[in-house]
Design a protein around this ligand. Structure first.
Ligand code: LR7
Ligand code: MN
Length: 593
């Protein structure tokens, strides 16, 4: 028995040794074949950590590249003109567009080096730049499952439109895409068609979100200035020089191009005939980025149409920043996951800590605006909400109350919900940054604060009925009719209204107006529109008894007979109960009723 067992052990050990030896040999052979393919194809060293490009696949990639380039239709989309496919292809393209929010089939047929219109203000053409005296730039492009031809066009346009002397490198950071196209094909294309000393690819081992992907790119960069781009952009002539010129002059300026719109459907590079027209960045109290008109103070003090314009916030994707300043001023909040919030965080931080955020009108970059995000986050995590709550707690001081009105789930148990923010609070202290009130007063004085400079705010309840004004969750990006709903026991964002000292009945940036043409019908609806689109006249007057009188028509806001989820209207003023309204809070100057 004992001998038998021993024999068995000896045999098993020998077998084991054999197996290990075989495995080692196999591994060695595999490595050799990999090395062979790298060396044979002189693949640059930066790819050696990735293993998607296998020797056996190279032939397959060659024929793919041939096919890919053969399908390009010369002249299509040239000069940024809208392009189309026809017949069966059009139908197929439409299907992909609906799935991915981008016309990928069309993009595949358009030349990567198509020309684009020079949409700059003509004055920009007169500027002479000595490129050799400018700082160098590392362009960082992050991507997750973006269409291959779109990514390649982004890189190509950067290479074609940036002087060699100042373009230190293009760093691509793949946030662990799993789409097949972005594996070997991408590497093969880079190897065959680009100077791989200049175009580098970093692959993250797992999805880390766009904030940490950008940080990874920034760490690898060696240019004096970092320039971040989304992976679906096209830059135009001399896009880079104005950004670098400004940063050279003011190291703590964070500089953005004018962001033009490229159609996700026709890939048209949109532009209107007013090259001087563009917008800058604002925000909503719910924590979203918005576009706003250039601020009055900027117009007044501006030396020329093409001088940099300051912007209260940035959209987030396209900007240039001095590399040492980027690190000094706190780079990004590394604990921010996924997508969203980092743009407002950086905006507030830059301003509050002494830097500036500017748009240089002579630099223009097109960005494909998609109707929806074609990607998901693990567990459908609300990364935008969580990231925004993080920045609100670090940067917004007492104004966090306004964000929390919208997102009251972030009122308590915050560490559990948003993670530890000590590092960021400490950063703010270390940098000696100013408060949010300072930011509002000095950088964004026109920002409407729902509970400051108002006559009343909060829920607006009909007298003696449990009916309140409500946006009925209607899409606030376009005009909508104002409605009513049962009053909630606490203040929900959908029922938050303010009556400003200027006589606006508004929610954040949306104002109530009456369509004068409707007035003839006696029961005119109340429209909610972008406040910038209403005139300056006082719109609403609150009488002592609680009527809300529409100033220019003399009609009263009326909810008589309304049930929840219906639209409110204005009618000739009378004594009906439906014309008396109570705000939840009144400013000191008005006595609460
Ligand atoms: O998990 C992800 N990992 C990524 O690497 C999700 C996205 N990404 C990549 C993605 O492939 C893309 O290249 O990150 C980039 C930005 O993602 P988009 O294009 O889906 O975002 P967006 O253009 O809708 O969103 C804007 O706001 C974001 C907030 O987090 C980022 O700051 C985006 O860069 C920003 N884009 C712009 O500012 C372009 C101008 C548009 C506007 C407004
Ligand atoms: Mn984008």
């Amino acid at each position: 028995m004992i001998i038998g067992r021993r024999k068995f052990i000896v045999k098993a050990t020998i077998c084991g040794i054999y197996v290990i030896a075989l495995l080692l040999i196999a591994k060695r052979v595999m490595r050799i074949s990999d090395n062979f393919s790298w060396n044979n194809q002189s693949l640059p060293s930066q790819y050696s950590k990735t293993n998607t490009l296998r020797y056996t696949n190279l032939e397959r990639y060659s024929s793919w590249l041939e096919e890919y380039e053969a399908q390009i239709i010369p002249g299509l989309g040239e000069n940024g003109r809208p392009a189309n496919l026809y017949g069966k292809e059009k139908l197929e393209a439409q299907k992909v567009l609906e799935e991915k929010a981008l016309n990928i089939l069309l993009s595949d047929r358009i030349s990567l080096s198509r020309s684009l219109p020079d949409v700059r203000d003509p004055l920009c053409r007169n500027i002479t730049v000595g490129v050799t005296s400018l700082p160098t730039a590392s362009v960082i492009i992050i991507f997750y499952n973006e269409p291959l031809s779109v990514v390649l066009r982004t890189i190509t346009s950067v290479l074609n439109n940036s002087p060699k002397e100042i373009l230190q490198e293009v760093i691509l950071v793949d946030d662990a895409s799993d789409e097949d196209d972005l594996q070997g094909k991408l590497e093969f294309y880079l190897m065959k068609r680009f100077d791989t000393e200049r175009v580098k690819l970093i692959r993250l081992p797992e999805r880390r979100g766009l904030i940490r992907a950008r940080l990874k790119g920034a760490k690898a960069a060696s240019g004096e200035v970092l320039v971040f781009l989304d992976a679906h952009c096209e830059v135009i002539v001399q896009w880079l020089e104005p950004l670098l010129m400004r940063i050279q002059k003011k190291t703590d300026a964070v500089v953005m191009p004018i962001i033009d719109n490229i159609s996700e459907e026709t890939l048209e590079y949109y532009h209107d005939n007013r090259p001087e027209f563009f917008q800058v960045g604002g925000f909503t109290w719910s924590g979203d980025f918005t576009w706003i008109d250039i601020q009055e103070k900027e117009i007044v003090g501006r030396k020329s149409k093409i001088a940099p314009v300051r912007s209260p916030t940035m959209a987030g994707g396209l900007f240039a920043i001095n590399r040492s300043y980027f690190w000094k001023i706190g780079s990004y909040d590394e604990k921010m996951d996924g997508w969203g919030g980092e743009n407002l965080e950086m905006s507030f931080r830059i301003w509050q800590c002494g830097g500036s955020l500017e748009v240089t009108p002579c630099s223009r970059v097109g960005h494909i605006f998609r109707n929806f995000h074609p990607y998901k986050f693990p567990n459908d995590k609300d990364t935008h909400g969580i990231n925004t709550a993080r920045l609100v707690y670090v940067w917004m001081d007492e104004y966090k109350r306004l964000f929390l009105l919208h997102r009251d789930e972030f009122k308590d148990d915050i560490e559990e919900k948003i993670g530890d923010i000590t590092d960021r609070v400490e950063l703010r202290k270390k940098l000696g940054c100013k408060g949010f009130r300072w930011y509002l007063e000095n950088i964004y004085p026109e920002k409407f604060v729902p509970d400051e400079n108002v006559i009343a705010y909060g829920k607006v309840k009909m007298k003696e009925r449990n009916i309140c004004l409500d946006n009925l969750q209607r899409d606030e990006d376009k005009p909508y009719d104002l409605g009513v709903y049962g009053c909630h026991s606490r203040l929900y964002p959908s029922q938050l209204f303010s009556l400003s000292n200027a006589g606006e009945l508004r929610r954040d940036e949306i104002c109530a107006v009456v369509n004068l043409e409707d007035v003839m019908s006696r029961r005119a609806k109340v429209k909610m529109i972008d406040c910038r689109e209403r005139g300056d006249e006082k719109e609403w007057i609150l009488t002592d008894s609680g009527n809300l009188v529409h100033a220019s028509t003399g009609l009263c806001l009326d909810g008589t007979g309304l049930t929840p989820k219906t639209d409110v209207y204005v009618a000739p003023c009378s004594n009906v109960l439906g014309q008396f309204w109570q705000f939840e809070f009144y400013s000191d100057s008005v006595t609460p009723r």
